[in-house]
Structures are given as structure tokens and as C-alpha cells.
Write a protein that binds this ligand. Structure first.
Ligand SMILES: NC(=O)c1ccc[n+]([C@@H]2O[C@H](COP(=O)([O-])OP(=O)(O)OC[C@H]3O[C@@H](n4cnc5c(N)ncnc54)[C@H](OP(=O)(O)O)[C@@H]3O)[C@@H](O)[C@H]2O)c1
Length: 351
């Protein structure tokens, strides 16, 4: 399975970057002990696994974002318990956090509108600045309710448009910043976007354009082409990150493919019961990892010095860096994709 995935699903290994090593818990605490993190999509699934692992690694401040306040509070409670235990065991030093108290909070946001994305950044408070921003907000095609309130394809909006707007707003409002008081591993602020980066892309530029321009009446029929939709969204997303890395050179960007992770992400397509049964079987067959395992992989990638070697690197769930696919770099497409995002982000037109 691993051989098949590595050979046929991913772009070649990025030999210049290599692979990230697995750190010990105390190495992770040394690297993250004074960091602040924002996890957008941290209430559930992969984002919650990353948030919990960041807490375990001693992050000083962690904000998680989503719509589900109950799920969000549970993750916050777990993070607080973890931080409390670390303190009791003397494994987190307030010295490394500049004497500041550890803090974690849940913030509500519905990111399916331009306004919702902008309001989130406003609501994060004047003082909050983040060394690490993780974006794992997303859904699979939602058959019952496929479009956002403005008529955009929901997967495209949450996976690409919302992430673009959040990135832009966070950057321009000065929230992406290295808050560390001492030099350490993550020198520049880091944005990690979890989707499907580093994969061979089967989609065409035309499919992405169609998806952006799709009329509401066609959306249900086209959602049946799930692989085509996801691949087009992946191409647009990776191209957005590629352009972002040149627009914001003082930020380090990471795109990941998280592996197959037992979460409810497919519930929007197949229903909750199906998703739970499929996850259970896949875990038995060991083709899926848990959100916590996935969280640890992502934190190991964040901890690696190798992410700083370039403005943008792509990583798989085996902690190997992957080359950027040629398709995401084609100038005409990159500029078109970015300009559409700029337009949507500026005035929220309907399709
Ligand atoms: N799981 C996998 O195997 C896998 C594999 C490859 C790629 N991915 C991609 O990775 C991303 C995360 O997947 P996952 O498995 O972690 O999914 P998940 O368990 O469904 O979690 C998605 C997160 O996004 C948030 N979210 C969804 N819609 C939102 C909205 N309108 N506004 C604000 N927050 C919203 C959810 O929070 P609330 O419910 O609280 O709003 C939740 O925290 C997705 O883009 C997915 O396609 C997943």
C-alpha cells in the first residue's frame, strides 16, 4: 500500500528538502514551548488532532476555530488538562513562555462567507499574534446543501477561498508574526494548510475555472464527480499557496497531504453512519490513522528546520517533502486563480 501510494499518488520526493524526523516529546516542547498557534478547523478531525498535539508540545497560546461550540469546548478542555499536567510534571517552563500564562480558547466562526472570514480575524483581538497558523477547515461535497450562501461550491470556498481570505486578513492585520522572545526553530511565522498537497494532480485548469463559475443549478449533478471536484480544488489550493509564498515572503508556507484520517469529513457526502462504519473498517485494516497520529505527524513537520529552506514546501504523511507539481506553477493559471480569489475576497459577488 505504502509503495503504491508513494510511487503512483505523489509527486517525486523533494531531495533537496528530504524528510522530517520524528522528535521526542521533550524535543517538541523545546521547540514549541514559547509559541502561539491558531488552528482554523480545530474543533474536529485533523485540526483537533493538531491542536491537541500542539498543547502536548507545550504551546503557550492556542486558539481554535469552528462553528460547533460543544466540540470546540471539549477540545479546549482537553488542551487545558494537557497543559495543566505538563505544568504539574514540570515539563513546561513559564520561563520559556516569557512568564506568560498558558491560554487556549475556542472562537466561533462560520467561514462559508467572505464576511464570516473577515469577522473571525477582527474577533481575534488586537493583541493576538500567531507564530503558527494551521488551516484545516473543509468539507466534502455536501449533497443536501452544496453551495455557500453566495452560491459558490462549498468545498471550493472552504478549502481555497476562505483560506485565501483568512491568510490575507491575518497578514495585513499583523496577526502573523513571530512572537518569540528568543531565537528558536520557527523564525518566521508559519502557515500550514492541510488538504492534498504533493499529490499528482489529475485535474485541468478548465475544471478549476468551471468550478469557480459553476451555476447553482448544476452543482448537485457535478458533485457526483467527487474525484474531479476534489482534484480541481486541490489544484486551485496548491496554486494559491504557491502565489502566496511570493506575495508574503516573510511567511513560511507548508502544504500537506494528511494521509487517510478517520474523521467525519465524508459525512457531508455519505452521511454520518456510513462515515463511522467506513472509518471503523479502515482502521481495522490499518489503512487509516487517527486524528491524534495525524496531529503528531503535522507537529513533527512544523518542528523540522527543513520547512525553512524554502518559502513553500509540500509534505506527505510519511514526513517526506514532495516536489511541487508543474501544474500549480503555470504563470497564466497562477495569476488567474489569484485574481479570482482577490475579486471574491474583496466584494463577495454571487456566481
Ligand atoms: N480526513 C482525511 O482523510 C483527509 C484526507 C485528505 C484531505 N483532507 C482534508 O483535510 C481537511 C480537514 O479534514 P478533516 O478530516 O479534519 O475534516 P472534519 O473532521 O470534518 O473537520 C473539519 C473542520 O472544519 C470545520 N468547518 C467545516 N465547515 C466550516 C464552516 N463553514 N465554518 C467554520 N468551520 C468549518 C469543522 O468545524 P465545525 O464543525 O465546528 O464547524 C471542523 O473543525 C478537509 O479539507 C479535508 O478535505 C482530509
Amino acid at each position: 500500500m505504502t509503495f503504491l501510494l508513494k510511487t503512483f499518488a505523489f509527486t517525486p520526493c523533494d531531495r533537496e528538502i528530504g524528510s522530517a524526523t520524528e522528535c521526542t516529546p521533550s524535543e517538541l516542547r523545546q521547540k514549541f514551548g514559547n509559541k502561539s498557534a491558531l488552528v482554523i478547523g480545530g474543533t474536529k478531525g485533523i485540526g483537533s488532532g493538531i491542536a491537541l498535539q500542539l498543547a502536548e508540545s507545550g504551546c503557550r497560546e492556542i486558539d481554535i476555530v469552528g462553528r460547533d461550540a460543544v466540540a470546540g469546548s471539549k477540545i479546549v478542555e482537553k488542551m487545558k488538562e494537557t497543559q495543566h499536567l505538563l505544568k504539574l510534571r514540570g515539563e513546561t517552563s513559564l520561563q520559556s513562555s516569557g512568564g506568560k500564562d498558558l491560554r487556549c480558547d475556542f472562537t466561533y466562526a462560520d467561514l462559508s462567507t467572505v464576511q464570516g472570514c473577515k469577522e473571525l480575524v477582527e474577533s481575534l483581538g488586537e493583541v493576538n499574534q500567531y507564530d503558527i497558523v494551521v488551516m484545516s477547515v473543509g468539507v466534502w461535497p455536501d449533497f443536501r446543501n452544496p453551495l455557500t450562501p453566495s452560491g459558490f461550491h462549498k468545498v471550493l470556498f472552504l478549502d481555497v477561498v476562505a483560506r485565501y481570505i483568512l491568510l490575507r486578513e491575518l497578514y495585513h492585520k499583523g496577526k502573523l508574526s513571530n512572537t518569540s522572545e528568543r531565537a528558536s526553530v520557527v523564525d518566521k511565522p508559519v502557515v500550514m494548510s492541510v488538504l492534498a498537497s504533493g499529490q499528482k494532480i489529475s485535474s485541468s485548469y478548465e475544471s478549476v475555472k468551471e468550478l469557480f463559475l459553476r451555476k447553482a443549478s448544476n452543482s448537485y449533478r457535478e458533485d457526483l464527480m467527487i474525484p474531479r471536484t476534489l482534484s480541481a480544488v486541490g489544484l486551485s489550493h496548491d496554486s494559491m499557496l504557491y502565489k502566496a509564498s511570493s506575495e508574503y515572503p516573510d511567511v513560511t508556507f507548508i502544504g500537506t497531504f494528511p494521509g487517510l484520517v478517520a474523521t467525519d469529513v465524508t459525512a457531508s457526502t455519505f452521511g454520518h453512519l456510513f462515515a463511522k462504519i467506513a472509518n471503523f473498517i479502515a482502521k481495522l485494516l490499518r489503512v487509516m490513522i487517527t486524528p491524534r497520529e495525524c496531529g503528531l505527524n503535522h507537529v513533527n513537520i512544523l518542528a523540522s528546520d527543513k520547512v525553512k529552506l524554502r518559502g513553500l514546501t509540500f509534505w506527505d504523511h510519511y514526513l517526506q517533502a514532495r516536489e511541487l507539481h508543474e501544474k500549480i506553477k503555470e504563470t497564466e493559471f497562477v495569476e488567474w486563480n489569484w485574481s479570482v480569489l482577490e475579486k471574491i475576497g474583496s466584494d463577495e459577488p454571487t456566481c
